[in-house]
Design a binder for this molecule. Structure first.
Ligand code: 2PG
Ligand code: MG
Length: 412
């Protein structure tokens, strides 16, 4: 198989792996995304260490792809390749080969197989998952805090969720127009230049969630979308949890999980929030369960660092009732097949499935096809700026227009 790889850069300027596969139908590439606030139960990303690129080089992963290329089974079907990778690695968390190595191969195989079948990538994923393709609602990061913006709002992502539209293009228009309004309002508040955060939102001049949400709500109103565009949060609470003291350091306050829950209830009372991701730290299945019970059916509670797209952790969360939506990130687990399995488990439990980019992403829009083929309820694809984010919007706009696909509906 004519499979190789090279070290590319992600949207943070950090090396990532791009696999390149040549077949008679053409040459295909797949670039692996990477997180900044990674859950500790995610599959391992293989990095070189040492001095160059601050230890973040991926030349070992590139070499792995080249070595594996010689051994891949002659049957290039998705499950044959993925099962081969899983057994070759033979660890719980892809620590031998690296999940970046395995996902690069798995994704490029998906693209090549789709082309061999003469079908678009979304339709290949749709057949594999036995779902009727539909366009996911965009969950659009419009402002952020913590490690995604360098500001000290504890909550990591403030997102727009356009729930009252029937097309993806109308959702995109609403997000873009709110983004312009938010830019104007922010410029009135600060003399600093406007900065874009890692995921295409705006860095706001606040250190607290309350004024941040007020300004975003104001922008929604001014753009004429109140009632039509709701709010979603990614608290990424592991980032402000102190494992030693078992206390959350939230906006400078020391809080127990109970008190933190109270903070969220205040925010839900004051703003039109419909979805909250990772409200507690990644091992607190019980606090998640309590919160999910109390907020049912109004709030979608999303597990990201809690679940890490990992079937063992999803099973545990289903049994405990810890959440009611899965954040689906292929690089947390390392193959397309395992990503599909995770989505199916969540769906069987009656949960929503929300596909997600990473803060370190690339112009590769595969996530748009994956989310569409798997009929995800929504997809976190960032704000309407930065090429690696607009690549996903533009691919979804294309799919809507030229494949006549319907937009998902947000129930709840
Ligand atoms: C998240 C992601 C994507 P990161 O926490 O959901 O928004 O961030 O890629 O840094 O883990
Ligand atoms: Mg998250």
């Amino acid at each position: 198989m004519n499979l190789t790889a090279f070290q590319a850069l992600d949207s943070r300027g950090v090396p990532t792996i791009c696999a390149v596969l040549k077949i008679k139908n053409g040459t295909f590439t797949a670039t692996v995304p990477s997180g900044t606030t990674t859950g500790k139960n995610e599959a391992v990303e293989l990095r070189d260490g040492g001095k160059s690129f601050n230890g973040k080089g991926v030349s070992k992963a590139v070499q792995n792809v080249q070595d594996i290329a010689k051994k891949l089974p002659k049957d290039y079907s998705q499950d044959a390749v993925d099962n081969f990778l899983i057994s070759l690695d033979a660890t719980e968390n892809k620590s031998k080969l690296g999940a970046n190595t395995t996902l690069a191969i798995s994704l490029v195989i998906a693209k090549a197989n789709a082309a061999e079948n003469n079908e678009p990538l979304f339709s290949y994923f749709s057949k594999l998952s036995r779902q009727t393709a539909k366009i996911p609602l965009p969950m659009a990061c419009i402002a952020s805090g913590d490690k995604h913006s360098g500001k000290c709002v504890s909550i990591q992502e403030f997102m727009l969720l356009p729930v009252k539209f029937s097309t993806f293009s109308a959702c995109t228009q609403a997000i873009a127009e709110i983004y312009y309004e938010l830019g104007k309002l922010t410029a009135k508040k600060t003399k600093e230049a406007l900065f874009t955060d890692m995921e295409g939102g705006i860095v706001l001049p606040f250190t607290k969630a309350q004024p941040t949400l007020e300004l975003i709500t104001n922008a929604i109103d001014r753009a004429g979308y109140s009632g039509k565009v709701k709010l979603a949060l990614d608290c990424a609470a592991s980032e402000f949890y102190n494992e030693k003291t078992k206390i959350y350091n939230y906006e400078g306050r020391k809080l127990s999980s109970d008190k933190l829950s109270g903070v969220y209830f205040d925010l839900m009372r004051d703003f039109s929030i419909v979805s909250i991701e990772d409200p507690f730290h990644e091992e607190d299945f019980a606090a998640f369960a309590e919160f999910t019970k109390k907020t049912k059916p109004n709030i979608t509670v999303v597990g990201d660092d809690l679940l890490t797209t990992n079937s063992t952790r999803i099973t545990r969360a289903v049994l405990q009732g810890s959440c009611n939506a899965l954040l689906l990130k292929p690089n947390q687990i390392g193959t397309v097949t395992e990503t599909l399995e995770a989505a199916e488990m969540a769906r069987n439990a009656g949960w929503k499935v929300i596909a997600s980019h990473r803060s370190g992403d690339s112009e590769d829009p595969f996530l748009a096809d994956l989310a569409t083929g798997l009929a995800c309820d929504a997809a976190k694809i960032g704000g309407p700026s930065r090429g690696e984010r607009t690549a996903k919007y533009n691919r979804l706009l294309y799919l809507e227009k030229f494949h006549k696909l319907k937009l998902a509906k947000w129930n709840g």
